[in-house]
Design a protein around this ligand. Structure first.
Ligand SMILES: Cc1cc2nc3c(=O)[nH]c(=O)nc-3n(C[C@H](O)[C@H](O)[C@H](O)COP(=O)(O)OP(=O)(O)OC[C@H]3O[C@@H](n4cnc5c(N)ncnc54)[C@H](O)[C@@H]3O)c2cc1C
Length: 381
């Protein structure tokens, strides 16, 4: 049986310097422009993204030639942590910075890189994920959206579902079947960069539990995508999509989505908690510290060029279980009426998290699927 690799990581001095820089930026932003307890990495605010990019916090690791900052993964890691800790409304650029941009940098055509990456790094170009389909959520290899070859490119036909922010982003990376289905379900898939303003795309809203509009259904009817907007080569889609999911699962966004609720709880309770409050807060904070250490260790492995997919799946599974548990414990420690309209910040934060928490373990892959991957990675399956 293989073991997990979670070595402790000592951050280099440039990462500490970057932490000071991003904290100063975020303190200024928070003081003037947003309510930390009501926002997170799923809050879409293009103005914030433009300012964060102008300060050098988007596309940080990419080559300068594409608008990047040529920083290390570890410097990017501390910026990610600080954005989450501050409850920064970073949702507009989050997907493009976290996974679509790196995917294009590694596997996109030269034209796609030149056209798209500098705009992402400027905080002006946003992406959505076109993986899930009706009847093929966790079972991605069952994707039925088709891509047929035509002169100069491909025609896409089919439907995607749960596509976050499709109505506000500039591009979707769409997984489609570019060859007829065969016995090998993972063969014949390809990834395409699809411009959401193209002809032949219809985007319909699906409202979520809090009444908000983030999800969509997206329909493609003879939607043309030029050859150089394919990612990688025809038929490489399965390798590409699993590589992209590794970016999606490894980071601290998988255990810090609702961290501001814990901060608000501690602020409300103050310096003299009851014994029960002290025990539960101590337990939550130590659990959080262990997750943080696991996640920073993954950042260290990525910096060394390794692909810790099994460890990333574990952090995603344990991390999102923590995110789901947090509001349940918190509301028992300090029960108040949770309401988005209450002037009290704790009540607002609790309401916000309660409405969003059910989705935390689903998005990016369900626990059952992740545990299957972990078992396979450890040689148990
Ligand atoms: C907030 C949010 C944002 C999202 N954003 C996007 C997005 O932008 N783009 C996108 O493409 N998708 C997005 N999704 C979709 C998400 O990734 C899927 O919901 C998820 O992969 C699960 O698929 P499903 O909902 O179809 O459930 P299903 O796959 O139908 O699963 C239902 C249940 O069956 C279990 N199950 C399924 N297969 C197995 C198996 N083989 N073994 C054991 N158990 C199994 C699952 O774990 C789950 O509990 C988002 C979801 C959420 C909640």
């Amino acid at each position: 049986m293989r073991a997990f690799r979670f070595e402790s990581l000592v951050l280099p001095p440039e990462a500490d310097a970057m932490r000071r820089k991003v904290r100063a930026f975020l303190e200024n932003e928070r003081a003037q422009r947003y309510a930390a307890h009501r926002s997170s990495w799923s809050t879409f605010d293009p103005e914030f993204s433009r300012r964060a990019a102008a300060a050098g916090f988007v596309g940080m690791t990419w080559p300068k030639q594409y608008g990047g900052g040529e920083h290390s993964n570890l410097e990017r890691f501390v910026v990610t942590e600080e954005m989450l800790a501050a409850g920064a409304p970073s949702g507009a650029h989050w997907i493009a910075d976290r996974q679509s941009g790196p995917q294009i940098l590694k596997h996109g055509s030269e034209r796609a890189r030149g056209l798209i990456l500098p705009r992402i790094a400027a905080g002006e170009c946003y992406f959505g994920i076109g993986m899930s389909e009706p009847d093929s959520g966790s079972d991605l290899a069952a994707v039925r959206t088709k891509a047929d070859r035509v002169e100069g490119g491909w025609l896409i036909n089919g439907a995607k579902i749960w596509t976050s922010n499709a109505h506000r982003v500039h591009y979707l990376i769409v997984l489609a079947r570019s060859e007829p289905p065969s016995e090998n379900r993972h063969a014949g898939l390809s990834q395409f960069i699809v411009d959401t303003s193209s002809e032949g795309i219809e985007i319909r809203p699906i409202h979520n539990l809090s009444g908000g509009h983030e999800f969509n259904e997206v329909f493609f009817r003879n939607c043309f995508v030029p050859d150089d907007m394919m990612i990688g080569k025809p038929g490489e889609g399965w390798a590409r999509v699993t590589g992209e999911l590794a970016f999606e699962r490894a980071g601290p966004d998988r255990f810090m989505s609702d961290i501001r609720l814990l901060v608000e709880l501690i602020n409300q309770i103050g310096a003299e908690p009851t014994e029960r409050q002290a025990i539960e807060i101590g337990r939550l904070v130590s659990h959080f510290a262990a997750l943080r250490r696991m996640s920073s260790s993954i950042a260290g492995l990525l910096e060394r060029g390794e692909s810790p997919a099994t460890e990333a799946a574990l952090v995603k599974d344990v991390g999102t279980a923590f995110e789901r548990e947090l509001p349940e414990i918190v509301r028992k420690l300090l029960p108040v009426e949770a309401s988005l309209d209450d002037p009290d910040e704790y009540s607002q934060a609790l309401a916000h998290v309660l409405l969003h928490a059910p989705s935390f373990t689903l998005r990016g892959g369900t626990p059952e699927i992740l545990r299957g991957m972990i078992a396979r990675g450890l040689g148990l399956r």
